[in-house]
Design a protein around this ligand. Structure first.
Ligand SMILES: [Zn+2]
Length: 469
């Protein structure tokens, strides 16, 4: 019998706010040392009252817009009670009864994935285990950092669909400034079951946690599919609804605990927090502040004369598109700027194994300006770019120090041309015997002597004139 996968995702995303969800401690990117971003409110001291972070609510609404959700204009916070040492209040503030966004969808091209809801909640702290002293420490820096949990419907049918969705989600969230989605800021739990192909029933479900990369998510799904099918067909084990942990070293999942039901968490409205009413005016304000989506950006780039494929690459990454937008705003021609970013900058990123483009747009714009204005050659431009990537040098100072000006004295070029002709008798003879390629090798020698300086057109002209004398 053939089986199909039925997968739903719960994706936790840290919001890019300056402060925590219910107090003024710094947000996720602030802490340096353990417990240096903690106050009486977020460490659960009795009597402290939470105050909701307005920016977190706005970012959650933005996420709802991105994922085509209906925004609940009346939304509330609830307490989810459970005990764990990284949770100082012994409850987590989340949204159970009135989540902020519902009923959205993500378009994966051939298929659409339904979004059941997006809710806002606070993160828990972190336990740090020290094997050497056999001690566990608690770090409350992450406690109460705002998260959204994006709950999909069980609409995925393969690991590949899951990966495509997560990549798309990440790029959309980064684009809209909702989350940086850096390592650890986007975590995904996978609810998975299998059923005979064509059936409408749902099988026994397991929830898998603890995957830290897309490839681990994929591996965990593939592992679970085999485990479930074996259990059904060969009775290798009795499937129960449970939460399982992916172990990347052993390359398999292990049971963590039986799946809790809602009743275990004793959800109830948090009496310390007022309901949030998002009136039409506020909603429109948030809608108006939405940035262009990657698709809209790509369309805009195409209108600027960039080929569809290149426009797609530029728009798919926020750092690339930001740099492009800024360089163009500084007066560079769009096609030229796109070519420098996609060819030269990405070449440097590959060479230095960088995952994102880090260059001051003004420096790139200056290099392009110098090359386009004939002040330096393209080869010299690449040399400066490489120095900027490596040591963040000043563009003009670097050109000066390394005598990269293309406007060197023509008499010096002529001197070099004559020198190369005198030293390369064989190539000169070949050229005179009709071997056109010999010209290219002589040209290369001159360029080498001039260390990439001088206008290629002038050099070629002088070389031809001298050879034909
Ligand atoms: Zn705090």
């Amino acid at each position: 019998m053939k089986y199909e996968l039925v997968i739903g995702l719960e994706t936790h995303v840290e919001l890019s706010t300056d402060s925590k969800l219910f107090c003024s401690c710094g947000g996720h990117s602030s802490p340096k040392e353990p417990n240096d971003c903690v106050c009486p409110a977020c460490s659960g001291m009795p009597g402290m009252l939470p105050v909701t972070n307005k920016h977190a609510i706005e970012l959650a609404v933005k996420a709802g817009f991105m994922l085509n959700c209906k925004i609940n204009q009346y939304t509330t916070f609830d307490k989810k009670s459970y005990y764990y040492p990284d949770l100082p209040c012994a409850y987590q503030i989340t949204q159970w009864f009135n989540p902020i966004c519902v009923d959205g969808c993500v378009d994966l091209g051939e298929r659409k994935i339904g979004i059941k809801q997006i809710h806002v909640e606070e993160d828990a702290g972190k336990l740090v285990h020290d094997e050497a002293t056999n001690t566990s420490f608690v770090d409350f820096n992450r406690t109460s950092v705002p998260l959204i949990e994006i709950v999909s419907r069980p609409d995925f049918r393969s690991a590949d669909e899951v990966i495509t969705y997560l990549k798309k989600l990440k790029s959309s969230l980064q684009f809209a400034g909702i989350s940086e989605c850096e390592e650890g800021a986007m975590r995904c739990d996978v609810n998975i079951s299998v059923r005979p192909e064509g059936s409408n029933e749902l099988g026994v479900r397991s929830e898998i946690k603890n995957m830290s990369s897309l490839s681990e998510i994929k591996d965990a799904i593939e592992f679970e599919k085999v485990r479930h099918v074996d259990a059904i067909e060969r009775h290798t084990e009795m499937l129960v609804q449970e939460t399982r942990r992916w172990d990347d070293v052993k390359r398999r999942t292990f049971p963590m605990r039986n799946k809790e039901t809602a009743a275990d968490y004793r959800y109830f409205p948090d009496p310390n927090l007022m309901p949030i009413v998002i009136d039409d005016e506020w909603l429109e304000e948030i809608r108006a502040s939405m940035p262009a989506t990657a698709e809209e950006k790509a369309g805009h780039y195409e209108e600027m004369g960039i080929a569809a494929k290149e426009a797609g690459v530029l728009a798919s990454d926020r750092k690339l598109s930001d740099t492009f937008d800024k360089v163009v705003a500084m007066g560079c021609n769009a096609k030229t700027a796109a070519s420098w970013i996609l060819t030269e900058c990405m070449g440097q990123m590959k060479r230095l194994e960088l995952t994102s483009l880090e260059i001051e747009p003004a420096k790139l714009a200056r290099i392009i300006e110098l090359v386009e204005g004939g002040e330096i050659t393209r080869a010299a431009g690449k040399k400066v770019l490489s120095a900027v990537f490596e040591n963040d040098v000043d563009v003009d100072a670097y050109c000066e120090e390394n005598s990269l000006s293309a406007k060197i004295d023509n008499s010096f070029i002529l001197e070099t041309v004559c020198k190369v002709i005198a030293e390369n008798g064989k190539a000169v003879e070949d050229y005179k015997n009709g071997k056109v390629k010999a010209m290219q090798s002589l040209f290369g020698c001159v360029m080498k002597e001039l260390r990439g300086n001088g206008s290629p057109d002038v050099i070629r002209e002088m070389l031809e004139a001298e050879l034909n004398k």
